[in-house]
Design a protein around this ligand. Structure first.
Ligand SMILES: [Zn+2]
Length: 175
């Protein structure tokens, strides 16, 4: 039986967004409109993210200087607006998309070796052929040289809203 469950890191290291208060007042009304539009028509994050990328392209095409700080993604909008969402970042395998606890893949100090540097997912663990039981073995992190030594950083991350926040969002409001 294959285990497709995500790693249990919901309560470990969550990125909590707080209003950092430096968003540009010239376009913050546009961001609020987009978020209200998403809420009104119950658009998925992927659709809203795509809309944001288009509006970013449009605005910077019209006036590069004025809109250079306009956020390019829904992730950045939520971060800028301080919506209080907790985001879990998972390390993702480029080959098979298995998710890993990002703390096991990155290093915070030079000289450390990640707990999990390569993907261990086996698609057919009970296959009679030895070759088919081999793990994916895709590299999950890249080496980043710093002045103090090598750090490991994710090759691909998958940010997702904490399940507690998702439940709050979908829970019907009581009047
Ligand atoms: Zn893999």
């Amino acid at each position: 039986m294959l285990d497709y469950s995500t790693p249990d890191i919901e309560s470990s290291e969550e990125e909590i967004f707080e209003d950092i208060g430096n968003h540009d007042e010239r376009f913050s009304w546009i961001l609020i409109w987009i978020l209200k539009y998403q809420q009104r028509y119950r658009l998925p994050d992927t659709a809203t993210d795509s809309l944001l990328k288009f509006i970013h392209y449009l605005l910077t095409y019209l006036d590069q200087d004025q809109f250079t700080n306009f956020p390019k993604s829904l992730y950045l909008v939520r971060k800028l607006m301080g919506l209080g969402l907790c985001i879990n970042n998972y390390a993702t395998c480029l080959a098979c998309n298995k998710l890993y606890n990002h703390n096991e893949v990155i290093t915070k100090k030079p000289g450390q070796i990640p707990i999990c540097l390569r993907c261990t997912f086996v698609e057919y663990p009970n296959h009679p052929m030895f070759k088919m039981r081999q793990p994916c073995n895709q590299l999950l992190a890249k080496e980043v040289p710093t002045k103090d030594g090598i750090l490991y950083r994710l090759l691909l991350s998958y940010p997702i809203i904490n399940i507690k926040n998702q439940l709050v969002i979908i829970q019907p409001k009581r009047i």
